[in-house]
Design a protein around this ligand. Structure first.
Ligand code: SF4
Ligand code: SF4
Length: 442
């Protein structure tokens, strides 16, 4: 079998995709209190439309999109608004959050779900439903999906690429989703096909998910959807947008440009499922699949989790810790953010929660750069990470930009390879933030 891949750099960290799941018991326990941040997307926080003391029904709108790349926020549980407070998010941002205590009835639990017909809905209306439902990119970017799906007037889309690579170690929620909901994903793809009218549809995934790929291929055939599964080498970061596009259609996105510049729209497979729910079940985005893993978790698993559920309660659901974790991470170990407070909630962008042991975390002391070039070998974007590091260290951030800082996808391949254990990615994030601030952005 010929597997595709991106040509430059990349690394092979151990997969550690050992979180189990039970098809009959996918739902995590419902939270008694949900803390729902009003910023779960790039762009400005949503405008809060509830106040303390209000009663809300499950899936009610509580935050209205407040700008072009902002999105709606709905409550994941019914109940009473007991607090509105500022919350520190794992990415370092602070945003208002609505705290809701469960009261009253969950509208869908225990009832058979009505599937609404969508064939006769115009594509503009479908985009509006996706917008109203608060759908954002669930691969981690959290870019509002309705904006991505609104093509420029007269634009003819060549390729719709579905990102199912899930190349970060530990993470396996997309894999579980594809194994359990292939028919729903196929319907979501049909909806996207109607909206975007692409010439080709590809679903790219690492070959370690071949069982899901075979199932999707079978389902596409049964449902008469012309879409192809493309199996990719197990290589990190296969799921980085530019790498995925290069691997599947061989096109390079120029620096500073979007996939649309090479005729591509790239959508994460979990987002496709959320589109299905929004259109066919009239359900806003109030829950997502999350991998709970890492050596410090007693029973690692994949669960469907309500937005607003705390990390603490999810870990408890997995049997608690086997030992004090060295680090708890939101997302994958390569690109995720360290969590310092276990009461922080799951958001739309949370693909995984990992509690890592000392053995799993590289806590070796840093030394000076050894000029070995291993970071260059690992970089999929063809950058010279050691040089970028040095430039930012010397406060020469503009020069770092000239040397490709903004092309860095923060994948961490360079840091993984670095024998000096330098905090390369943190340095690049800091450098980008300095540049952004110098240009007047927040
Ligand atoms: S983090 Fe940036 S510099 Fe390092 S390997 Fe990834 S893209 Fe290259
Ligand atoms: S891998 Fe680390 S030590 Fe080697 S050149 Fe790059 S930054 Fe320096």
């Amino acid at each position: 079998m010929k597997l595709k891949s991106f040509p430059k750099g990349g690394i092979h960290p151990p997969h550690r995709k050992n979180s189990s799941y039970s098809p009959d018991d996918l739902n995590a326990s419902l939270p008694s209190i949900a803390t729902i941040p009003l910023s779960q997307h790039i762009g400005a926080p949503s405008k809060c439309i509830v106040k303390v003391g209000d009663t809300v029904n499950e899936e009610d709108l509580i935050g209205e999109a407040s700008g072009f790349v902002s999105s709606n926020i709905h409550t994941s549980i019914p109940g009473e608004v007991i607090e509105i407070k500022d919350l520190f998010l794992p990415n370092g941002r602070v945003c208002p959050a609505v705290v809701i205590e469960t009261k009253g009835e969950f509208s869908r639990i225990g009832k058979s779900l009505e599937i609404y017909p969508w064939d006769d809905i115009e594509k503009e209306k479908l985009i509006e439903i996706i917008k109203d439902s608060g759908i954002v990119g669930l691969g981690g970017a959290t870019f509002p999906t309705h904006v991505k799906l609104t093509l420029p007037e007269g634009f003819e889309l060549e390729n719709l690429i579905i990102n199912a690579a899930e190349c970060e170690p530990y993470l396996s929620s997309d894999h579980v989703l594809m194994l359990e909901f292939s028919r729903e994903i196929t319907t979501g793809l049909k909806i996207l096909k109607k909206i975007l009218e692409p010439k080709n549809i590809y679903v790219g995934m690492e070959v370690n998910k071949k069982d899901a790929g075979d199932l999707l291929t079978k389902t596409f055939k049964e449902e008469n959807l012309d879409a192809s599964v493309v199996l990719l080498k197990n290589k990190y970061p296969q799921g980085a947008e530019k790498n995925l596009i290069k691997a599947i259609i061989g096109k390079e996105i120029p620096s500073g440009k979007l996939p649309l510049s090479v005729g591509v729209i790239n959508v994460n497979v979990s987002t496709v499922y959320a589109i299905y729910e929004a259109v066919c079940l009239k359900r806003p985005l109030v829950e997502r699949f999350v991998t709970v893993g890492g050596g410090a978790v007693k029973n690692p698993g994949v669960y469907r989790v309500r937005v607003g559920t705390s990390v603490r309660s999810l870990i408890e659901e997995c049997g608690g810790f086997t030992e004090e974790p060295e680090k708890v991470i939101f997302g994958g170990p390569m690109m995720g953010f360290t969590v310092f407070d276990l009461d922080v909630p799951v958001t739309k962008g949370t693909s995984g929660i990992l509690a890592l042991t000392k053995k799993e975390v590289n806590s070796a002391r840093t030394t000076n750069c050894l000029k070995c070039g291993r970071c260059v070998d690992g970089c999929p974007m063809g950058l010279v990470p050691s040089k970028l590091f040095k430039l930012i260290d010397h406060n020469l951030c503009d020069e770092a930009v000239e040397n490709g800082l903004n092309d860095c996808v923060e994948c961490g391949s360079c840091a993984y390879n670095c024998p000096a254990h330098l905090f390369l990615v943190q340095q690049f994030r800091a450098g980008k933030s300095i540049v952004r601030r110098s240009k007047g952005a927040k």
